[in-house]
Design a protein around this ligand. Structure first.
Ligand SMILES: *Cc1c(COP(=O)(O)O)cnc(C)c1O
Length: 445
């Protein structure tokens, strides 16, 4: 047995259970999701797709339909049915006409959509990365930025909300082939209707929403769904608020065709253009063990309790934001409407985000240093920290614990600012451990 690796896995499990995860893009999966991921499905190659017929009914009806699909290797009876269940459940969860459950990650999902719809040199209008957009939305270090022409809209620094007037002006001026809504550090609910309206004015413009962060809130019914407002495509990760395995997912509206045949390049055919872009366009064999785990997490998200979970994430985030404000922390946008909080720590306590992140690490609170809109500091030592409530809400923490977390953060900031003694960090580490152990990981229950 490879003792070294398994000891490290055990140590990581202990780190997770004795600390509190405040990184807003992380979560804790169920035992069932873990088991599906660790199954023999990892042994199987299944390039291609299952048959897409009969996906409208419930799970039993999905399983009653013939399993022959568009696969390149034999032995696909079980993988076909697993992938069909994943697709059918994803469509139900997000009111989509089609779902591609094969992207290995959120970045892969975005690249597959670009590749499905764009020619080299085509223009994409997305959010300024310094204002909360994701790396895959045009960062010069990415492959897609070398191929396509990214134009950026931003947020209004005072309100923290999207500058919709600027977005509309840029869309009319540049006539983009994709308008992209979706962010990694944004605390407001986007006005999908307004963005869809300007997108429909532009010929051949694909409306794309990257809901990697808030997909679980959408699935739980506490955040609007862009596909209900005229968006053609929604990409997401499955491991953030959606609480599934690490991976990507692409949902779309339109006509579902045979992926072996190249369709005409129209917005109606976007489901098939995307299937062909994922495989063989940008990926090889799908990870059927991860697709099985995705199917399990979609099953969990379809249960009524998932709505309560999503609502509680937002309730906790609002409580945490209020408790932080009471303790002198300045928040971008002055609070939150979702699961995520961005704090300007330089303005609050005169310390940079990285120093604060390191101090919190020492007491068992994990979050990340993050740039704030129009940050004047370097990305590695930015002015802010980003935190959120999806993971701690999974563990069962509530509003009382949010106040306790804000209190620890205040004391840690005061240690960083030299107003308290360093030794207080060790005391707080014990307090965090004690609280964390009262709320076991879902996989330990
Ligand atoms: C996390 C995230 C991604 C990328 O997901 P990976 O699985 O890490 O590739 C893409 N877009 C947004 C908005 C994200 O927050």
């Amino acid at each position: 047995m490879d003792k070294k690796v398994f000891e490290l896995i055990a140590a990581e499990k202990q780190r997770q259970s004795e600390g509190l995860e405040l990184i807003p893009s992380e979560n804790y999966v169920s035992r069932e999701v873990l088991e599906a991921m660790g199954s023999e499905l990892t042994n199987k190659y299944s390039e291609g797709y299952p048959n897409f017929e009969g996906l409208d009914g419930d799970d039993d009806e999905v399983l009653a339909t013939t399993t022959a699909g568009h696969r390149y290797y034999g032995g696909q009876d079980n993988t076909n049915q697993i992938e069909r269940l994943a697709i059918a459940r994803a469509r139900r969860l997000f009111h989509a006409d089609h779902a591609n459950v094969q992207p290995h990650s959120g970045a892969q999902a975005n690249n597959a959509v670009y590749n499905a719809w764009l020619e080299p040199g085509d223009t994409v209008l997305g959010m300024n990365l310094g204002h909360g957009g994701h790396l895959t939305h045009g960062s010069p270090v990415t492959q897609s930025a070398k191929i396509y022409n990214f134009i950026a809209y931003g947020t209004n620094t005072e309100t923290g909300d999207i500058d919709y007037d600027e977005l509309e002006r840029l869309a009319r001026e540049h006539q983009p082939k994709i308008i992209l809504v979706g962010y990694s550090a944004f605390m407001k609910v986007p006005d999908f209707e307004r963005v869809a309206k300007v997108g429909k004015e532009i010929p051949g413009c694909l409306l794309m929403a990257d809901m990697a962060h808030v997909a679980g809130l959408i699935a739980g019914g506490v955040h609007p769904n862009p596909l209900d407002y005229g968006f053609h495509v929604m990409t997401t990760t499955t491991h953030k608020t959606l609480r599934g395995p690490r991976g990507g997912l692409i949902l779309s509206k339109g006509i579902v065709g045979n992926p072996l045949r190249r369709p005409e390049h129209t917005l109606e055919n976007i489901p098939t253009l995307i299937d062909r872009s994922v495989f063989p366009g940008t990926q090889g064999g799908p990870l059927e063990h991860v697709i099985a785990a995705k199917a399990v997490s979609f099953y969990e998200a379809l249960q009524p309790e998932f709505h309560d979970y999503a609502a509680k994430i937002v309730e906790n985030a609002k409580a945490l934001a209020a408790a932080l404000k009471e303790r002198g922390f300045k928040l971008i946008g002055d609070g939150t409407e979702n699961h995520l909080i961005l704090v300007n720590v330089v303005d609050s306590y005169g310390i940079d985000g990285k120093k604060f992140e390191r101090a919190l690490d020492k007491i068992g609170l994990t979050l990340n240093a993050n740039s704030i809109p129009n940050d004047t500091r370097k990305p590695f030592e930015p002015s802010g920290v980003r935190l959120g409530t999806p993971a701690i809400t999974t563990r069962g923490l509530g509003v009382d614990e949010m106040v306790q977390i804000a209190e620890w953060m205040k004391k840690a900031a005061e240690v960083c600012a030299g107003e308290r003694d360093e030794s207080e960090l060790a005391t707080m580490r014990e307090e965090v451990r004690e609280l964390a152990l009262r709320f076991p990981l879902p996989s330990e229950k």
